[in-house]
Ligand binder design. Structure first.
Ligand code: HEC
Ligand code: HEC
Ligand code: HEC
Ligand code: HEC
Ligand code: HEC
Ligand code: HEC
Length: 501
């Protein structure tokens, strides 16, 4: 089969060769990845991005070669006369080229539409976001997999619907690729994420504010760091909403997202940890109240420069998908699940001791945990150790595993770097505003009353628990006696931020 003479040149040959090779590879890799499910997320990078780009380069080379060829072979005069190439379908060479061009264009368009559909899905996939630059996204990906949102794609929260956010995310993605390739990214990645899409357009697609969340019973087991790992349980009724669903968002924690309520605040630093100024506006009456933190007020000139943020879901639920637990918390969970045996004397204590220093990498952390725990039992409990070596080895593995799901030394991420704002134990969370120190002009405060957000139904050591019913509440009793019941005035975080350091 003959083609137009201009086609016979090296540039067009090489172009065609590139097209054929790229297309073959695309088909081959596509079969491997879809039918045999091999290759992981990297393969997608080739199938949907690198190889199609290469193929387009090849396709462009073909006409370029032809044009150069035409130009070189045309006599000076002839070239001037016939500036544009002519297509003559009576010439069999032209006819062949035309047929090939039309058919391959159709095939190409067809493949492009499938390809771009697949490329869209691929770049929106959890594997793409979570595993492609695995070291960087490791903390988020690991915590995500253990969250309530493990089946919600990253992009549902981070991109959301609509073309403009898609484009925005891909543009910022290009910068991220650059910063990963040239090691320019910050460790840990800075939070709060400043350009996170507003919760209204993401979270509220699945959890709309009008949806009533009943009060929830929260049953919690704690283990103290003493000889017997004494168990201390707390059963609380969380007042997410009011007691009766008919009351809607009239009270409870989700009162904040009532359509008639607008709460704005100014944070004195970018982290949103310290909130000296709060304004509550009743949108129905238009009345507003400003609360100022008496202990650290903002000076007016500084205040004018700081942004005012309207509170939404993220101001309480800032870790819906990436919750980094603290050592006391994740070790308690491991003791509950049994991956660490709670019969081993002082196991909570020694685990806390082994985990108190920040580590620079996972391997040293694992070795250190092993050596601290094992040496402790060898020297302090030699007989127990001799009889329970296996149990202790299993506990060591349990501590290591719990650690690796919650601390990520490579990215310098722990619960301290990414504080959780729901609650008030290790960071101030709700107490950033609910401090009893934020006062309005008329003397009203944002309350720290222990029964405002939850009631305590039962607490104590199993077998000798204090109990009441869901309509009543117990006064909180701190699990270990604190001098002057200091928890009543101090913030819990003053001690709990680094309880074992
Ligand atoms: C349920 C919603 C949700 C899902 C699903 C989700 N994220 Fe997030 N993510 C958030 C929120 C909210 C923040 C903001 C935290 C802040 O600003 O303090 C965040 C923060 C981040 C951060 C900044 C660092 C950090 O840990 O706070 C990264 C990186 C991240 N997410 C990546 C991912 C990846 C990768 C996935 C999928 C594997 C994912 N996210 C899935 C809601 C989500
Ligand atoms: C694509 C839908 C979807 C989106 C978007 C989404 N969620 Fe969820 N969310 C879920 C599902 C599904 C669950 C699990 C429900 C269950 O366990 O019954 C859940 C559970 C939760 C829970 C309860 C967690 C727990 O431990 O039980 C909270 C809190 C929550 N989501 C907050 C958020 C916030 C905040 C955002 C926005 C950053 C968000 N969600 C975005 C679907 C979504
Ligand atoms: C003032 C803080 C605050 C705000 C703002 C807030 N929540 Fe919550 N939310 C809570 C608390 C507290 C709970 C109960 C937590 C618990 O049980 O430990 C909760 C519980 C939930 C749950 C789980 C309900 C259940 O019973 O399983 C979901 C889902 C949820 N919130 C979604 C949202 C969404 C979506 C938004 C934004 C539209 C939002 N929340 C705004 C504080 C808040
Ligand atoms: C940015 C400041 C701020 C933060 C953070 C905050 N709140 Fe509030 N909260 C307020 C204000 C202001 C009020 C209304 C005080 C008033 O005028 O009575 C309020 C009221 C409440 C009420 C009483 C609602 C009613 O009338 O029944 C509950 C319950 C509540 N908050 C729970 C929480 C919980 C739980 C958290 C943490 C997850 C939290 N809040 C975090 C500012 C905040
Ligand atoms: C503004 C709302 C609010 C107020 C006021 C408040 N709490 Fe809480 N508290 C919470 C929330 C929300 C959680 C649940 C955190 C979570 O889901 O992890 C919590 C959790 C707890 C827990 C369980 C701790 C744990 O291990 O996570 C205890 C105990 C507790 N609160 C005691 C108190 C006491 C005592 C007071 C009074 C000094 C108080 N709370 C005042 C909102 C509040
Ligand atoms: C003066 C310091 C101090 C203050 C303030 C304080 N705690 Fe504690 N808390 C401790 C110590 C010490 C322990 C014992 C830890 C252990 O042995 O495991 C403890 C243990 C606990 C435990 C059980 C074990 C655990 O680690 O979860 C809970 C629950 C608890 N505290 C809740 C609170 C709450 C809620 C507040 C605030 C209302 C608070 N604490 C304020 C010092 C303090």
């Amino acid at each position: 089969m003959k083609l137009p003479r201009s086609y016979y040149n090296w540039t067009s040959f090489i172009g065609s060769l590139i097209v054929v090779i790229a297309l073959t590879l695309i088909v081959f890799l596509f079969i491997i990845s879809t039918i045999f499910d091999q290759g992981g997320s990297y393969l997608g990078l080739f199938i949907y991005m690198a190889l199609p780009a290469l193929m387009i380069v090849g396709l462009i080379l073909i006409p370029i070669g032809m044009l150069i060829n035409l130009r070189n072979n045309a006599t000076e005069e002839g070239y001037k006369k016939r500036k544009k190439p002519t297509i003559d379908l009576n010439d069999p060479r032209h006819q062949n080229a035309f047929v090939i061009f039309v058919i391959s264009s159709l095939v190409f368009l067809f493949l492009t539409s499938i390809g771009s559909y697949e490329a869209f899905h691929y770049t929106e996939s959890v594997a793409f976001c979570g595993t492609l630059c695995h070291k960087v996204m490791d903390p988020e990906y690991v915590t995500y997999q253990h969250s309530a949102h493990a089946n919600v794609a990253c992009v549902e929260c981070h991109v959301g619907a609509g073309a403009s956010w898609y484009v925005k995310s891909k543009v910022s993605g290009l910068y991220q690729v650059y910063s990963v390739l040239f090691d320019k990214y910050p460790r840990p990645i800075e939070t709060p994420v400043q350009d996170l899409r507003p919760a209204r357009e993401t979270c509220e697609k699945c959890h709309w504010p009008e949806k009533f969340y009943a009060r929830k019973l929260r049953v919690q087991k704690n283990f103290l760091a003493d000889e017997n790992n004494t168990e201390w349980d707390i059963v609380m009724q969380m007042k997410t909403g009011p007691l009766y669903s008919a009351l809607g968002l009239k009270e409870g924690s989700h009162w904040h997202i009532n359509k008639d309520v607008k709460i704005e605040y100014i944070s004195s630093d970018n982290s949103r940890e310290s909130i000296p100024w709060v304004r509550f506006t009743n949108l129905r009456t238009g009345e507003s109240t400003i609360y100022i933190d008496e202990e650290n007020p903002l000076d007016d000139s500084l205040m004018a420069t700081l942004p005012v943020r309207a509170m939404d879901c993220i101001d309480c639920h800032n870790r819906p998908s990436h919750a980094y637990k603290s050592p006391p918390d994740y070790i308690d969970n491991a003791l509950i699940s049994g991956s660490i045996s709670k019969d081993i004397p002082q196991i909570k204590y020694i685990a806390m001791d082994a985990l108190k220093d920040p580590f620079t990498n996972k391997d040293t952390a694992f070795m250190y945990i092993d050596s601290v725990v094992t040496t402790f039992y060898q020297s302090d409990y030699p007989e127990y150790y001799a009889e329970n070596q296996e149990k202790i080895a299993k506990a060591v593995a349990g501590i290591q595993e719990a650690y690796s799901l919650n601390a990520f030394p490579y990215m310098r991420v722990t619960y301290v770097d990414y504080p959780d704002h729901i609650g008030h134990l290790e960071t101030n969370g709700c107490f950033r505003c609910h401090s009893d120190l934020h006062v309005s002009e008329s003397g009203k405060t944002i309350s720290k009353d222990c029964n405002l957000c939850h009631t305590i139904i039962a607490q104590g050591i199993p077998g000798e628990m204090m109990v009441t019913n869901v309509f009543d509440t117990l006064e909180f009793q701190h699990p270990v006696q604190l001098r002057n019941d200091v928890w009543k005035v101090a913030f819990c975080s003053e001690c709990h931020k680094n309880l074992f350091q």
